[in-house]
Design a protein around this ligand. Structure first.
Ligand SMILES: Nc1nc2c(ncn2[C@@H]2O[C@H](COP(=O)(O)OP(=O)(O)OP(=O)(O)O)[C@@H](O)[C@H]2O)c(=O)[nH]1
Ligand SMILES: C[S@@+](CC[C@H](N)C(=O)[O-])C[C@H]1O[C@@H](n2cnc3c(N)ncnc32)[C@H](O)[C@@H]1O
Ligand code: SF4
Ligand code: SF4
Length: 336
C-alpha cells in the first residue's frame, strides 16, 4: 500500500486525526448545541468496523495521534470495542497517542477499561465548579457525576487535563478557583476562546467572549507565568505557574491564530472529512469506503485529494463587533 505522508498545500504534515464517533450527547452546552437537537438516524453513522477502517487508513498515511470525540464519545454504544481495536496501533508503534475528549459524565464507568485499551491521558471539558452554574451551562448535566468521573479517571491512572471555555460573566469569577482546583488535583488546565459555531446570535456570542489575553493578565496578578515551548501536538500554547508548578494551556483562535502550525483534520461520525474546523470545505469519505469494501485504494485517493484542498485557516473574527467567520454547524458536528 502507498504510504507517502499527508502534506497539505501549505506544507503542513497532517499527523493528528480527530474522530467524532457520535453526534449525540447527554449534555446540551449552550455554546455548543441547541436546546432541542435532532440527532442523526443510526443508519447514517459509520459502524464501529467502518470507523476502524477509516482510522487505520489515516494511520497508514502517517497519522500518529488519534483523538476520539463527539458529541459525547462515551455515549456511543460499544465504544470500548473501538478503543480496544485501536490499541493494536499503539502496540505496533504506528500510533503515538490514543486519547479522547469527553464531558466526563460516563468516566466512572469507563476509566479503567480505557486505561486497559492504552489510553494514558484524557481531556475533560468542565467550565465551572458550581453545581447550579454547571446545570445551567450544560442545560442538563450533573456536576457530581463529572466529579465522580474525574476521581475514577485519576484512580485508574489517567492523566487528566481540564478544558474550560472562557465565558465572560460566567466563569470569569472562577479563574482562581479552577486554577487552584487543578493544582490541588495535579491536573493541567486549558482555556479555550469561544468560537462562533452553531445558531447563537452574534450579539449573545460577543457578550460571552472573554479574550484569553485578558484572562492571562488576570492570572498574572496572582502568579508568575513562564512561557513553555513544549507542545502536546494540539493547538494549545502552555505557561507554567511558578508558584504551583502547574501547566496552563491557552487555545486562542481569536486573539492569536495558530493555523500556521495546523497538523489536524476532523472526521464526522458519518464519514465526512472536515479539513478545517472553521471552514465548510469537506469531503465525503463514506462513499469510497462503502463502495469498495475490500480495497482501500479509492479511500486513500479520496483522503489525499481532500488534504490537497485543506484551507489555510479559519476566518473567525470578533474585532468589528460582529461574529465574523460564523459557522452554522454545531461544534458537536465535527467534535471541536
Ligand atoms: N480553531 C481551532 N480550535 C481547535 C482546534 N483543535 C482544537 N481546537 C479547540 O480546542 C478545543 C480543545 O481541544 P481538545 O479536544 O482538548 O484537543 P487538543 O487541544 O488537541 O488536545 P491536546 O492533545 O491536549 O493538545 C477543541 O474542542 C476546540 O474548541 C483547531 O484545529 N482549530
Ligand atoms: C464538541 S465537544 C466534544 C467532546 C465532549 N462532548 C466534550 O464536551 O468534551 C469538544 C470541545 O469543544 C468545546 N466547544 C464546544 N463548543 C465550543 C465553542 N463554541 N467554542 C469553543 N469551544 C467549544 C467544548 O468545550 C469541548 O471542550
Ligand atoms: S461541548 Fe461536549 S458535552 Fe457539551 S454539548 Fe457539546 S458535545 Fe456535549
Ligand atoms: S482553524 Fe483550521 S487551519 Fe486553523 S488550526 Fe484549526 S483546523 Fe487548523
Amino acid at each position: 500500500m502507498e504510504t507517502r505522508p499527508l502534506i497539505d498545500p501549505f506544507q503542513r504534515p497532517i499527523t493528528y486525526l480527530r474522530l467524532s464517533v457520535t453526534d449525540r450527547c447527554d449534555f446540551r452546552c449552550s455554546y455548543c448545541m441547541a436546546e432541542e437537537m435532532t440527532f442523526l438516524p443510526k443508519k447514517e453513522l459509520l459502524s464501529l468496523e467502518e470507523l476502524d477502517r477509516m482510522a487505520t487508513a489515516f494511520i497508514g498515511l502517517g497519522v500518529r495521534k488519534l483523538r476520539v470525540t463527539g458529541g459525547e464519545p462515551l455515549v456511543r454504544k460499544d465504544i470500548l470495542t473501538f478503543f480496544r481495536a485501536m490499541s493494536r496501533h499503539l502496540d505496533s508503534g504506528a500510533l503515538d497517542e490514543l486519547t479522547l475528549t469527553t464531558n466526563g459524565s460516563q468516566l466512572a464507568r469507563f476509566a479503567g477499561d480505557l486505561v486497559e485499551a492504552g489510553v494514558r491521558r484524557i481531556n475533560v471539558s468542565l467550565d465551572t465548579l458550581d453545581a447550579d452554574k454547571f446545570h445551567e451551562i450544560t442545560r442538563r448535566g450533573s456536576l457530581a457525576k463529572v466529579m465522580a468521573g474525574l476521581d475514577a479517571a485519576q484512580e485508574a491512572g489517567l492523566r487528566v487535563k481540564l478544558n474550560a471555555v472562557a465565558l465572560k460573566n460566567f466563569n470569569e469569577s472562577e479563574l482562581f478557583a479552577l486554577t487552584e482546583f487543578c493544582a490541588a488535583r495535579d491536573m493541567d488546565l486549558t482555556w479555550i476562546e469561544v468560537m462562533p459555531m452553531g445558531e447563537m446570535e452574534a450579539e449573545t456570542r460577543l457578550d460571552q467572549y472573554w479574550p484569553l489575553t485578558d484572562l492571562r493578565e488576570k492570572l498574572a496578578t496572582r502568579y508568575t507565568l513562564t512561557p513553555l515551548t513544549e507542545r502536546s501536538g494540539g493547538p494549545a500554547r502552555y505557561m507554567r505557574l511558578e508558584e504551583t508548578g502547574q501547566k496552563i494551556g491557552f487555545i486562542t483562535p481569536l486573539t492569536h491564530n495558530f493555523c500556521e502550525s495546523c497538523n489536524r483534520v476532523r472526521m464526522t461520525c458519518t464519514g465526512e472529512l472536515y479539513m478545517c474546523l472553521g471552514q465548510e470545505d469537506r469531503a465525503d469519505l463514506r462513499a469510497p469506503l462503502r463502495d469498495h469494501p475490500d480495497d482501500d485504494a479509492a479511500l486513500i485517493a479520496a483522503i489525499r485529494d481532500a488534504i490537497s484542498h485543506k484551507p489555510e485557516g479559519h476566518d473567525f473574527d470578533y474585532s468589528r463587533q460582529r461574529a465574523d467567520g460564523q459557522m452554522s454547524r454545531h461544534m458537536s458536528h465535527t467534535g471541536g
